[in-house]
Design a protein around this ligand. Structure first.
Ligand code: TNX
Length: 509
């Protein structure tokens, strides 16, 4: 088979003194099909990127990556030997990439597909960045033919900006980090007990007061609507869809503290800086509550070009059951009236009445607990699909092992890289296979996560495992082989300055 042919050393000097990149055998997530060719393409001064108008933004993006990585200023125009083509006939969401000694051809149905192909091409180059040695000599790319497409349409990461706040630049950096792995969704958990992070017109105290603190106290912060638009625009430039989450009716202490009329007794609770869950609830039979929900969800939907709006619904432990069901019915209707497809954590499946097509996000374990499987299947029964984020394998905020300084352990203890890789989305919920799945997501809750380095070291490398489960065909699954590709990927992460955890069990270089 073409796989397993020479896993090339990541930076070799060939006889001409050029740096030779990885072979296709080192790409993460593993492509659907790949064949090694003969020879190599020399990236040098004679290289030019050819792109038609619709492909030009991806051409410019590739040129800017190569400028940083190699110091080469490649022109983007009508002619060239690196040809980006948009044409019909490729598998949904996929691309074809051919690297030969006389040129590179990348083709896809749309610019999003080309962007994904560029992420593969990056990993075929020697790991490099503006200040690394690979920039001193023009690199080569070993000849290869790749035909690739994703297993799932929704390949997500989630960042909790409520427990600890992360600014626009940090979110942009995470967007670039996850784009490397062909993830195409960033779910932002914008509100929780500890903070309200998005400006809502007409409700200024949500951010002025409710956004003023975070877990542990110091800091806090929020996005103005312009900040949020900037995040959305940046994500769009990376072909990543933002899914905004406003968590309702629990996880709302910051809102209740800002507007006492949202409580049942009219008393504003204090701001909260701890990490307990399940103690707050909007007042369910209160007209203000629905004015609030309609105003917030309306503005969030208007700010977000993507098709989805997430309304939480998890861990509403202090909302009586009957109230919860009444609230979810009403709030999901308000959310659907914005024109978006509603997403909710799997508890929302308990509601007898959800808008058609509502998507459930499953966060129980790889062996479902309690009624999690049953309530999750109800989304499917009502025409929706599921996103899987099983907490024992996909939660990036779990410790790697007992010695991890950061992270929690409630989801069946620590989660190693083997754990993150060692499951299959089609085997979690009986009766839910690929056809019922929208995709997979890796949430990063931030009770213990404070800095960008914390984010990256908890996410990487486990997010690479989740990305591979979301993208690659099942037949490519093999931990030993994955670990060897991960070692090559780690060299790229190091060159890019992405802090990653050198998890044991991987032959890091
Ligand atoms: C559970 S899973 C939560 C979050 C916490 C997380 C910590 C889910 C939908 N809710 O509120 O941040 O555990 O791991």
């Amino acid at each position: 088979s073409p796989r397993g042919i020479a896993i090339a050393a990541i930076v070799n000097l060939d006889v001409n003194g050029a740096t030779v990149g990885n072979t296709a055998d080192t790409v993460i997530p593993a492509p659907a099909s790949q064949t090694a060719g003969d020879g190599a393409f020399d990236l040098g001064r004679a290289t030019a990127i050819a792109a038609t108008a619709d492909a030009a933004p991806v051409g410019e993006y590739l040129a800017s990556l190569l400028r940083t990585a190699t110091g080469l200023y490649l022109p983007v125009g009508r002619d060239g030997n690196v040809v980006l083509t948009i044409e019909p006939g490729h598998p949904e969401g996929g691309y074809d990439l051919a690297v030969a000694p006389d040129g590179i051809r990348l083709a896809a149905n749309d610019a999003a597909g080309l962007f994904l192909g560029v992420q593969t091409l990056r990993q075929l180059l020697p790991p490099s960045s503006a200040d690394s040695p690979a920039s001193l000599v023009p690199p080569e790319i070993a000849a290869t033919t790749i035909s690739d497409h994703p297993r799932f349409a929704y390949r997500g990461a989630m960042l909790d900006v409520a427990r600890h706040f992360f600014g626009v630049d940090e979110v942009k950096r995470y967007i670039d980090d996850i784009a490397l792995l062909k993830l195409n969704v960033l779910h932002l958990h914008l509100t929780d007990d500890q903070g309200w992070r998005l400006e809502i017109e007409g409700w200024p105290r949500l951010t002025q007061h409710g956004g003023s603190t975070q877990v542990g106290g110091a800091g806090g912060g929020f996005y103005t609507q312009d900040d949020f638009r900037e995040i959305v625009a940046y994500a769009t430039s990376r072909f990543i869809t933002i899914v905004p989450e406003i968590d309702l009716p629990g996880h709302t202490n910051a809102a209740l503290s800002s507007y006492p009329e949202l409580t049942c007794d009219g008393h504003a609770p204090k701001l909260y800086e701890g990490i307990e869950v399940g103690f707050s609830s909007l007042c369910i039979d209160n007209a203000h509550t629905y004015e609030f929900v309609a105003d917030v969800l309306g503005q969030v939907a208007a700010l977000t070009p993507g098709p989805w709006i997430h309304i939480g619904g998890d861990e509403a432990l202090s909302t009586p059951d009957a109230d919860y069901l009444r609230f979810i019915e009403r709030a999901s209707g308000i959310a659907a009236a914005t024109g978006k497809t509603v997403i909710g954590w799997h508890e929302m499946g308990r509601s007898p009445d959800l808008p058609a097509g509502t998507v459930g996000e499953y966060w129980s374990f790889t062996t479902p607990e309690g009624d999690a499987a049953e309530v999750s299947r109800r989304f499917v029964d009502r025409g929706g699909r599921l996103i899987l984020a099983p907490a024992d394998v996909a939660y990036l905020d779990m410790k790697y092992d007992e010695s991890s300084a950061l992270g929690l352990v409630w989801a069946k203890g620590p989660t190693s890289i083997e754990d993150a890789y060692g499951w299959d989305p089609a085997e979690v919920i009986p009766g839910v296979g690929d056809a019922q799945l929208l995709g997979v997501e890796a949430p990063l809750w931030t009770e213990t996560i404070v800095t960008m380095t914390d984010i990256e070291s908890m996410a990487f490398p486990r997010i690479a495992a989740i990305a591979e489960l979301a993208w690659s065909p099942r037949r490519t699954r093999d931990f030993t082989e994955f670990a060897s590709r991960l070692a090559a990927f780690g060299a790229h992460l190091a060159a890019l300055g992405i802090a990653f955890h050198r998890a044991p069990g991987v032959p890091w270089r």
